[in-house]
Design a protein around this ligand. Structure first.
Ligand code: NAG
Ligand code: NAG
Ligand code: NAG
Ligand code: NAG
Ligand code: NAG
Ligand code: NAG
Ligand code: NAG
Ligand code: NAG
Length: 366
C-alpha cells in the first residue's frame, strides 16, 4: 500500500471572509489585445490605458474613425471604447465599443462590413427593440458577440450561425426569442448571468449541440431548469433561490464536470442525498447555502466548496463508500470553513479517505 500522504493535513479551515472571484470582469468585459498565433484569436485583456491614441493615429492614418484607435500591429481592428459614441463604427475584423452610449444597432451601421469576427458592445444601452436583427445576420464570420451590461430584454434571434461565444450577462433578459439558438451549432460558451430568466422551455436551447459552458447565475429560477443542452460540462446556477434538488435534477448531462450552486438558499432536507452522485463531476460549489449535512459526492470529485453553511456533522461516507488501498477520495480541495463543525468532531477514518487533500489551502478547524 502506498504510504498515506495525509500526515499533517488538517481538514477544515478558519472562517475567512467571502472568497474573491477569480473570473472578475476580465472574463466577460475585457478587450482582446493580442492575437494568439496558434489559435489566430486575440486573447481577452483590457486595453484601457495601454494605448496612446495619438501615436496609433499618426502611424495608422487610413480608415480609422476619428474617435477611435486602430492599432498598427493589428490593422484590422478598431477600438472605440469609452468615447460617448452613440453609433458603432465598423472595423474589418474586430470592433470594440465598450462603455459608449450605443442604444441601437442598425443594419446600415454594419452594411459595408464583411469578415467581422469580434463585436464587443459591453457597457452600452442596447435595447432589444432597437436591435435590427438583419444587422448581425449577414455577419457570417462573426464568432464572438459580447453585449454584457446593456438593457436587452430578450436573447436576440437571427444571430449568425458561426457564433462560438455569446455573452449577454447583466441585461434584463426574461425571454429567449423562439429559435434564437436553432442554428448556433458551434456555440460553446453562453453567458446569461445577472438576468431575469425564470424558466427554460423545451425549445429554448434547441440547436446548442456543442455548448460547453452555460452561466445562468443570478437569475430568477426557483428550481434547476429542465431542457438544458446535454453537452454542457460547466453549469453555473449560483445566486438563484432554488427550493429543492431532486434525485434527477442533473440527469441528462453527458459529461457534467463543474457545477456551481453557491448562494442558492439550499437546505439539507430539500436536497436529495444522491443528487450529486455524478461520476463525471470534478468541481462542486455549494458555498453560502443552508446545508446542515455534507451530501454524498463521488469519489472522483476533486474540488468541493462548502464554506458558509450550517454543517454540524461529518460522516466519511459522504466522500468514501469504502476505504482501501485503491478506494479513497480524489478530493484535493475541501472547504468547510464557516460551518458549525469542530476538529474534534472528525471521525478518525477521515484521513484514510481524504488522503490526497492539498495542503496549500489551510483546512484548519478552530
Ligand atoms: C446618451 O444618449 C442619450 C440619447 O440617446 C442622450 O440623451 C444622453 O445625453 C447620452 N449620454 C451621453 C453620456 O452621451
Ligand atoms: C457603404 O458603402 C456605400 C457605397 O460605397 C456608401 O455610400 C455608404 O455610405 C457606406 N455606408 C457606411 C455605413 O459606411
Ligand atoms: C445581407 O446580404 C445580402 C446579400 O449579400 C444583401 O442583399 C442584404 O442587403 C444584406 N442585408 C443587410 C442588412 O446588410
Ligand atoms: C462551425 O465550425 C466548423 C469547424 O470549425 C466550421 O467548419 C463551420 O463552418 C462552422 N459553422 C458555421 C455555421 O460557421
Ligand atoms: C451573487 O450575488 C452577490 C450579491 O448580489 C454578488 O456579489 C455575487 O457576485 C453573485 N455571485 C454570482 C456567482 O453571481
Ligand atoms: C439560512 O437560514 C437562516 C435561518 O435558519 C436564514 O435567516 C437565512 O436567510 C438562510 N440563508 C439562506 C441563504 O437561505
Ligand atoms: C453512485 O453512482 C454510482 C454509479 O454512477 C453507483 O454505482 C453508486 O451505487 C452510487 N452511490 C450511491 C451511494 O448511491
Ligand atoms: C454515516 O453514514 C452511514 C450511511 O448513511 C451510516 O450508516 C452511519 O451510521 C453514519 N455514521 C455516523 C457516525 O453518523
Amino acid at each position: 500500500m502506498a504510504p498515506l500522504r495525509c500526515v499533517a493535513l488538517l481538514l477544515l479551515c478558519v472562517w475567512r471572509s467571502a472568497s474573491t472571484s477569480i473570473e472578475g470582469d476580465l472574463d466577460y468585459g475585457g478587450v482582446p489585445l493580442w492575437i494568439n498565433r496558434l489559435l489566430g484569436e486575440p486573447s481577452v485583456l483590457s486595453l484601457q490605458g495601454r494605448m496612446d491614441r495619438a501615436w496609433y493615429r499618426a502611424n495608422n492614418p487610413e480608415g480609422c474613425p476619428q474617435q477611435c484607435d486602430c492599432p498598427i500591429h493589428w490593422p484590422t481592428a478598431v477600438y472605440c471604447d469609452h468615447r460617448a459614441l452613440n453609433q458603432p463604427h465598423a472595423g474589418i475584423f474586430l470592433c470594440c465599443f465598450q462603455g459608449n452610449n450605443i442604444s441601437s444597432l442598425s443594419s446600415s451601421a454594419l452594411a459595408n462590413v464583411t469578415g467581422l469576427r469580434w463585436l464587443i458592445l459591453d457597457h452600452n444601452q442596447l435595447q432589444s427593440d432597437k436591435l435590427d436583427l438583419a444587422a448581425l445576420q449577414n455577419q457570417t464570420q462573426l464568432c464572438y458577440f459580447f453585449a454584457n451590461h446593456n438593457h436587452l430584454s430578450s436573447v436576440p434571434s437571427a444571430l449568425p450561425a458561426g457564433l462560438r461565444q455569446l455573452r449577454l450577462a447583466h441585461n434584463q433578459i426574461h425571454t429567449i426569442s423562439p429559435g434564437a439558438f436553432k442554428n448556433l451549432h458551434n456555440l460553446t460558451l453562453l453567458l446569461l448571468q445577472g438576468n431575469r430568466l425564470q424558466t427554460i422551455t423545451q425549445g429554448d436551447f434547441k440547436g446548442l449541440i456543442k455548448l460547453n459552458l452555460l452561466d445562468l447565475s443570478g437569475n430568477l429560477f426557483s428550481s434547476v431548469p429542465r431542457h438544458l443542452p446535454p453537452s454542457v460540462q460547466q453549469l453555473y446556477l449560483s445566486n438563484n433561490s432554488l427550493s429543492a434538488l431532486g434525485e434527477d435534477s442533473f440527469m441528462g448531462f453527458l459529461d457534467l464536470k463543474y457545477l456551481r450552486l453557491s448562494s442558492c438558499g439550499l437546505r439539507s432536507p430539500n436536497v436529495h442525498p444522491q443528487v450529486f452522485n455524478i461520476s463525471s463531476l470534478v468541481e462542486l460549489d455549494l458555498s453560502y447555502n443552508n446545508l446542515t449535512t455534507i451530501p454524498t459526492v463521488p469519489t472522483t470529485l476533486q474540488y468541493l466548496y462548502l464554506e458558509a453553511n450550517e454543517i454540524q456533522e461529518f460522516n466519511t461516507t459522504s466522500f468514501c463508500r469504502e476505504v482501501g488501498p485503491l478506494s479513497y477520495s480524489r478530493m484535493r480541495i475541501l472547504r468547510l470553513d464557516g460551518n458549525k463543525l469542530s476538529y474534534q468532531q472528525l471521525p478518525p477514518d477521515w484521513v484514510f479517505c481524504l488522503r490526497v487533500l492539498h495542503t496549500s489551502l489551510n483546512f484548519i478547524l478552530e
